[in-house]
Ligand binder design. Structure first.
Ligand code: ZN
Length: 208
């Protein structure tokens, strides 16, 4: 979302050449979140040049309608919001059936406990650390506690579920997020708006 869309190919190349592990793509429908971002066509173009997995974050109402379409254009991980689908189990199965890795996203005020009975089925849980819809926002403090609770749940279940954090991640808060138990950090503005994105990614990757 934070990339320069008039220069998408060079932005994709930059990420290819960086230490980043995945491309994180924010799809917004103007209903589930107030903003509209981009959809199938843009991701198809990114896929042409991307040399790393596509982590597709669907901020759309009733995502079950589009799982197949995103799988067909090369999504590797598909993240759907807990709040956007009525039958979470069915939608996660749908994602598995098309050969993608299923991931569930929780909004800021959705408690992690709602995932207790389905954690084993989640390749990843994405915790929103801002109110989704726009880039460039400041991370909310509540995130740290939520990561710790989720980490406990995952460890208690002996599951391999990854914890991903999305929203306001930067060089200042990354270490604390990792210390609380996060596995995957999404960085938008803090990377793309920095002087040297490749260096910033490298700094983020080498925090320990
Ligand atoms: Zn996202």
């Amino acid at each position: 979302l934070a990339a320069d869309f008039s220069n998408l190919k060079s932005e994709v190349t930059m990420v290819n050449n960086s230490e980043a592990d995945w491309f994180h793509l924010d799809v917004m429908d103007g209903i589930f979140v107030p903003n509209i971002s981009y959809g199938i066509q843009i991701i198809k173009s990114i896929k042409q040049y991307a040399k790393k997995p596509l982590d597709v974050h669907l901020m759309i109402h009733k995502p079950e309608r589009y799982i197949k379409d995103f799988a067909n254009i090369g999504a590797d991980i598909i993240s759907i919001h807990y709040e956007a689908t009525i039958h979470l189990h069915r939608t996660l199965t749908q994602i598995e059936d098309v050969g993608c890795k299923p991931s569930v996203v929780l909004n800021l005020t959705t408690p992690v406990s709602v995932l207790e009975d389905i954690i084993d089925k989640c390749y990843m849980v994405l915790l929103m650390s801002i109110n989704p819809g726009f880039g460039g926002q400041k991370m909310e403090e509540i995130t740290y506690k939520k990561i710790e609770k989720l980490r406990k749940m995952i460890d208690t279940n002996n599951s391999n579920t990854l914890i991903e954090i999305d929203g306001g991640v930067n060089l200042k808060n990354a270490k604390k997020l990792i210390d609380c138990g996060a596995d995957v950090l999404v960085a938008g503005s803090s990377v793309f708006k920095s002087k040297n994105p490749i260096d910033t990614i490298s700094e983020l990757k080498n925090i320990n």
